[in-house]
Design a protein around this ligand. Structure first.
Ligand SMILES: Nc1nc2c(ncn2[C@@H]2O[C@H](COP(=O)(O)OP(=O)(O)OP(=O)(O)O)[C@@H](O)[C@H]2O)c(=O)[nH]1
Length: 776
């Protein structure tokens, strides 16, 4: 079933998304924000109410007139009392509700009854939803009587609001009333299909009242399914769905995260200031490949294995702590910013400080810059470790100089970035580095409450043949104890054993401590949060709810940003910063793009280039864009292998350009809501150049092998070399052996010539594409 976003509907109805969300919610249609998806049914339902209300608006224009007439002849009913004008509108109203809500009582002169009869509880909501109507009515009446009261106590006034006056509003029975009418409607020819949202677990009694079927009938159906359940017994959604479908009632699983949140809310209580204690900082090490991240982590870990712990084997559990000056520091053992951002993507911002390792003999390299940008995007302070200072070729000053180009100015140079020269090999500077970490942590005033139930993140987890699910948890706050019930994602269980990074068995562990636990039912996902809950039942409930929900539908990511809906998001106030990752074929283009994009910043939105670089669009770029709700602009570059798939999965908008001006124009147009991408490029096939031949009078022809899709003679093609687009153009010839070919498919070889291009080289990638028109 196709879904419609709130903002699309808002656009269609010419109202703001915000107002629409409110109106939807008033009608009990779940919508959180402008990105929420609505089913066709919900939209239909909403529109039918909208029509009713609009009709009512028309009628209200005649209210005073009608009222006058009523005053003149209070005994008359509205059929004869209201003027011709009103009558006309009344007919329209009836028509409209017939169309939309299957009003079958046009004969009924009393429109208020009419309304109640046909529209059940939802009309009741209608009044709630369009409170302005009520307000107006109230004003008109000159007192604050509730609509229902008005109806019951003063019939005269009903005449004046033919479509909005409900009878016997009883909110507590709203659901029941809906279902009663639902049943009634079921007998009608033209019934409105209604979906009832059910939780993952529901008692037989609750199900009965939700779908308005007697408990006995449900129990009978359950028995038929071989389930003996009493009124207070819980059944799962699947069972409820089977019963509902037998009764021809549509049910859907409601979004569990809100339900889960309400269950876990009690574990989110604010801490009392007096319970807050200092906690150790949590550190992640990042940097360019081979600059010594692993060596540095090893060297630091080695520092902690003092004589006191002699014999104590440092266990690899994904994170470890070191002691310095009687204080602890926790290190996440997975170096690299990809891991860091991948965790952030799952909602875990566990790092307090990032250590940026830069080799003194190599200086700032592309991944150093990536790491800086990833840390900046996460607003995590950076300490620079200038590594390999033992090397003769080491030039720490050059590193400091290069860092300034990326906004990191060393303290020694008047800035505020702590830079420590170290050698992971000799151990020189490591102590200073640790002291500097403590100093920075001091400034961050990191605190947590050890008195509460533990909460934190999963650092890593795996299945161990003998021990089952083994998870490294990093406690964010609270104290984790043996016997505690932990729930994380869809997995839960009792902490059966707990060890620290030194392999020591623990009974309890406090804030910032990394521990390895066993006892979970399944392997949790790294980056997921974990909660200790008060009992097994709660944990099981949360786990089951999530499992059901996951099974039922794909978890939707938070509203991704795309240029297409940028304008709407700006209007909603959902976007104040446009985060952009720029990748281009040369530093010059990067700078040009950056400068021009910066200039687009206006009062409403700021354009942030969170990362830029030369070369193909990488997985890391996509992760960063995804975690920062940003978009990627590629100029003369392409996404690397697999990257497009990840971008699709992460719903990251990658825009590729060959002309800088086009990129700027698109972003600008998107900001103004005037983006008009009428054509979209569709890649139909890719091939690899295996050999090249020089053909006299024609030029260079490539022997290519189609690796994916197909290449047709009328496609356009581009030549990609090391992730960079070197040429784009038309095919001049496509041949299988000596014959011209219309198209060649995956797994076949062929000869390819490109118009006015004679620089094809072995190893080049050929991408064939067409331009397809896409409707806005
Ligand atoms: N001379 C010297 N060599 C070092 C130092 N630190 C690391 N190396 C060497 O640099 C190379 C790379 O070190 P790693 O620790 O593997 O670097 P890394 O950043 O973790 O590398 P990746 O995990 O591949 O990203 C290894 O050969 C190390 O022995 C140092 O302080 N001095």
């Amino acid at each position: 079933m196709s879904k419609i976003r709130v903002y699309d509907l808002a656009k269609e109805l010419n109202v703001s998304s915000k107002d629409l969300v409110k109106k939807l919610n008033d009608l009990d249609i779940p919508a959180k924000n402008h990105m929420s998806a609505l089913t066709e049914q919900e939209v239909r339902y909403f529109k039918s109410h909208q029509n009713n209300v609009n009709t009512v608006k028309d009628q209200k224009a005649n209210e005073s007139k009608a009222n006058e007439n009523v005053k003149k002849d209070p005994h008359n009913n509205n059929k004869t009392t209201v003027g011709a004008n009103h009558k006309k509108h009344q007919n329209t109203a009836t028509k409209s509700s017939q169309n939309n809500t299957h009003n079958d009582s046009t004969k009924n002169n009393n429109n208020s009854q009419n309304n109640t009869h046909n529209n059940s509880a939802k009309n009741n909501n209608n009044n709630k939803g369009f409170s302005n109507q009520n307000k107006n009515t109230k004003n008109h009446e000159g007192k604050g009587a509730s609509p229902s009261k008005t109806h019951n106590t003063n019939k005269k006034k009903d005449i004046n609001k033919p479509k909005v006056t409900p009878v016997k509003i009883d909110n507590s029975k709203r659901v029941k009333k809906t279902k009663t009418d639902y049943k009634k409607r079921k007998t009608e020819e033209t019934k409105v299909e209604e979906t009832i949202l059910l939780p993952s677990q529901i008692t037989v009694g609750d199900l009965a009242s939700k779908i308005n079927i007697s408990v006995t009938e449900i129990i009978t159906h359950l028995i038929k399914l071989g389930i003996m359940a009493s009124i207070n017994q819980e059944i799962d959604f699947d069972t409820a769905e089977v019963i509902a479908s037998e009764l021809d009632i549509k049910v859907e699983l409601e979004n569990v995260e809100e339900e889960v949140h309400s269950i876990l809310e009690e574990y989110e209580d604010e801490d009392d200031e007096k319970d807050l204690m200092k906690r150790p900082p949590v550190i992640t090490v990042m940097g360019h490949v081979d600059h010594g991240k692993t060596s540095l982590l090893d060297a630091i870990r080695h520092t902690s294995v003092t004589s006191r712990e002699a014999g104590g084997i440092t266990q690899h559990i994904g994170a470890y702590t070191v002691q310095i000056n009687n204080e602890s520091i926790t290190f996440i053992d997975t170096p690299g910013h990809e891991a860091f951002t991948a965790m952030r993507l799952r909602g875990a911002q566990i790092t307090d400080i990032a250590i940026l390792v830069v080799a003194a003999d190599d200086g700032v390299m592309p991944q150093t810059v990536e790491a800086i940008n990833h840390a900046k995007a996460a607003k995590v302070p950076i300490i620079v470790a200038i590594n390999k200072i033992d090397k003769e070729s080491a030039n720490p000053d050059r590193v400091l100089q290069e860092l300034t180009e990326h906004g990191l100015i060393a303290e020694a140079w008047g800035g505020d970035t702590i830079c420590v020269p170290v050698s992971a090999h000799t151990g020189e500077g490591i102590d200073t580095l640790l002291e500097m970490i403590l100093l920075s942590a001091e400034m961050l005033e990191l605190k947590a409450n050890p008195k509460r139930l533990a909460k934190g993140s999963v650092v890593e987890a795996q299945l161990d043949k003998g021990r089952g699910a083994v998870a490294t948890l990093l406690i964010n706050t609270g104290t984790l104890r043996i016997g505690d019930i932990v729930v994380s994602g869809t997995t839960y269980g009792k902490v059966r054993a707990m060890v620290n990074d030194k392999g020591k068995r623990l009974k309890s562990a406090g804030p910032s401590a990394p521990v390895e636990i066993i006892g979970l039912s399944e392997v949790p996902e790294a980056g997921d949060e974990f909660y200790v809950v008060k009992d097994d039942k709660t944990a099981r409930q949360v786990s089951e709810m999530r499992k059901h929900y996951l099974k039922d539908q794909q978890v939707k990511k938070s509203a991704p940003l795309s240029l297409d809906d940028l304008y709407n998001q700006i209007q909603e106030g959902a976007v104040k910063d446009i985060n952009i990752v720029i990748k281009a074929d040369g530093q010059g283009s990067v700078e040009a793009l950056k400068q021009s994009l910066f200039k687009l910043t206006n009062d409403e939105v700021r354009v942030n280039v969170i990362h830029d670089g030369v070369g193909a669009i990488s997985e890391s770029d996509v992760l960063l864009a995804s975690a920062s709700n940003g978009i990627i602009i590629g100029f003369n570059v392409r996404p690397g292998a697999n990257v497009s798939k990840i971008a699709e999965k992460e719903a990251v908008d990658i825009r590729l350009y060959r002309v800088i001006y086009d990129a700027i124009e698109d972003v600008e147009a998107a900001m103004k809501g005037m983006l008009d991408p009428e054509f979209k490029e569709v890649v139909v096939g890719t091939a690899e150049v295996r050999e090249t031949f020089k053909v006299p009078n024609i030029g260079i022809i490539a022997g290519i092998y189609i690796t994916d899709g197909k290449i047709a003679r009328n496609n356009d093609v581009r030549v990609i070399r090391d992730g960079i687009v070197v040429q784009e153009g038309s095919i001049s010839s496509l041949k299988r052996f000596k014959d011209d070919a219309k198209e060649v498919v995956q797994g076949y070889e062929c000869g390819l010539g490109i118009e006015k291009f004679n620089d094809l080289k072995e190893g080049d990638i050929i991408e064939a594409f067409t331009m397809e028109e896409i409707p806005r």
